[in-house]
Design a protein around this ligand. Structure first.
Ligand code: PMP
Length: 409
């Protein structure tokens, strides 16, 4: 599509990028937290809120038929996008956190017992630690942790020692939200499968920067959020292999997830609706479908060339800034996401100064305290780029950073 032929053309589809913040042209580099939305997503949300609005699955009237078709159509789009083998393997949730909580809760009810273990890595987001800790507390199972090396990469040499028959599930991130490292999930899946252990992949960051094929990956579960991939907030997906979804008990109870209800006995419907109790965010999910349409129209070669140039440029510039420590791999095998500290300048002060220059960054503990502990810092600064960020913006980022450092040190 001609409109998607250059990064600047892509930018024109995102009204939020065309604004001034603190009197400066916005350079939005907090995409790891949430992305901006293209017009197609905004317009569909508006159109639905302005008229195409009727609760799904429940009524015969025209508006309900339209929203049901948009909602179920989005399920087909997600299915094709991640190459699931059937549409029933796609469960709509409120986001990655909700997806992981669903699995942790349902899986632990049936499959975790005292003496069992759950394996996560040291590089996980809190959303892929806390639900498992809660599940372990309830069941008497324990959490095992695959450590990181000094580059933020998994210590695969320790995997064989950590994986044994007491591990009932492995739950790890495709891409770290702090280190930007693309993890070797294929290796972990293969190793876990050799012991018949199912694997959940937290794809919150991974789905944004690579094309995911769940059949090829062969993972049992893959979780992601809509709002980081140009879709609306409050939307997310849990992919699950159908035979696992059939086996897991339901998570939330309520409308739409039942087959029949009586005071004596209630029976549940089949996946995916078994896991979609209550009125879902049907407008959001329909718009997630529009976000997927947008992603599919992007020239992948152009996007990956742009990402590579940005990674190369930022890594080169970072290596020349005195006192700067970059956390995570110093190589191309990462997404354009950079977490760092600068000696003598507090990350929050740097972030505030750069905000005044129009550059939006994330600062603090980044929802991953164990990673902070691993690298011995309480706070970091993070710049994360999306498909619409240009090399020129990377240059403004570096220039502003140098200015801010000078002001603080
Ligand atoms: N996992 C990772 C790797 C993330 O980056 C995030 C969001 N920062 C989450 C989980 C949680 O996603 P959400 O807040 O959308 O549920």
């Amino acid at each position: 599509m001609e409109n998607r032929s250059s990064i600047n053309n892509i930018r024109t589809l995102f009204p939020a990028l065309n604004q001034r913040v603190n009197g400066k042209k916005l350079v939005y580099l907090d995409n790891g937290a949430t992305s901006q939305k293209p017009l197609s997503v905004i317009e569909l949300v508006n159109e639905m809120n302005s008229g195409v609005n009727g609760n799904i699955h429940r009524a015969v009237h025209e508006l309900s038929a339209k929203t049901t078709s948009l909602y179920e159509g989005a399920r087909d789009k997600v299915k094709n996008f991640i190459n699931a083998s059937q549409r029933e393997e796609i469960i709509f949730t409120a986001g990655t956190t909700a997806s992981i909580n669903l699995v942790a809760s349902s899986f632990s009810q049936k499959y975790l017992n005292p003496g069992d273990a759950v394996l996560v890595s040291e590089g996980e987001h809190h959303s892929n630690i806390v639900p498992w800790q809660m599940a372990c507390d309830r069941t008497g199972a324990t959490l095992r942790v695959l450590p990181l090396d000094d580059n933020g990469c998994w210590r695969l040499d320790l995997l064989d020692t950590l994986l044994d028959s007491s591990v009932k599930i492995v739950s790890v991130a495709h891409v770290s939200n702090i280190l930007g490292v693309i993890n070797p999930i294929e290796k972990v899946i293969e190793r876990a499968h050799s012991l018949n252990i199912p694997v959940l992949i937290d794809g919150a960051q991974g789905i944004v920067h690579s094309r995911v094929d769940v059949q090829k990956l062969d993972c049992e579960f893959y979780a992601f959020s809509g709002h980081k991939m140009y879709g609306p907030t409050g939307t997310g997906v849990l992919f699950g292999k159908y035979h696992w979804l059939e086996k897991l008990p339901p998570y939330l109870g309520g409308g739409d997830m039942i087959e029949s209800v009586s005071f004596e006995k209630t029976t549940y419907t089949q996946p995916p609706l078994k896991f979609e109790a209550g009125t879902p965010n049907f407008i959001g999910m329909a718009a997630l479908g529009a976000a997927i349409d947008f992603i599919l129209q992007i020239d992948t070669e152009l996007a990956s060339k742009n990402e590579k140039e940005i990674v190369e440029y930022v890594l080169k510039e970072f290596s020349a800034i005195e006192g700067l420590t970059l956390y995570g791999q110093h190589s191309q095998n990462k997404i354009p996401l950079f977490s760092f500290t600068v000696k003598g300048a507090h990350p929050t002060d740097l972030a505030m100064l750069m905000d005044k220059m129009g550059v939006a960054l994330r600062s603090g503990q980044m929802c991953s305290e164990p990673v902070m502990d691993r690298f011995g810092t309480e706070s970091m600064l993070r710049a994360s780029f999306a498909v619409y960020n240009t090399l020129e913006e990377a240059k403004i980022f570096i220039l502003s950073l140098k200015r801010a450092i000078k002001m603080l040190t």
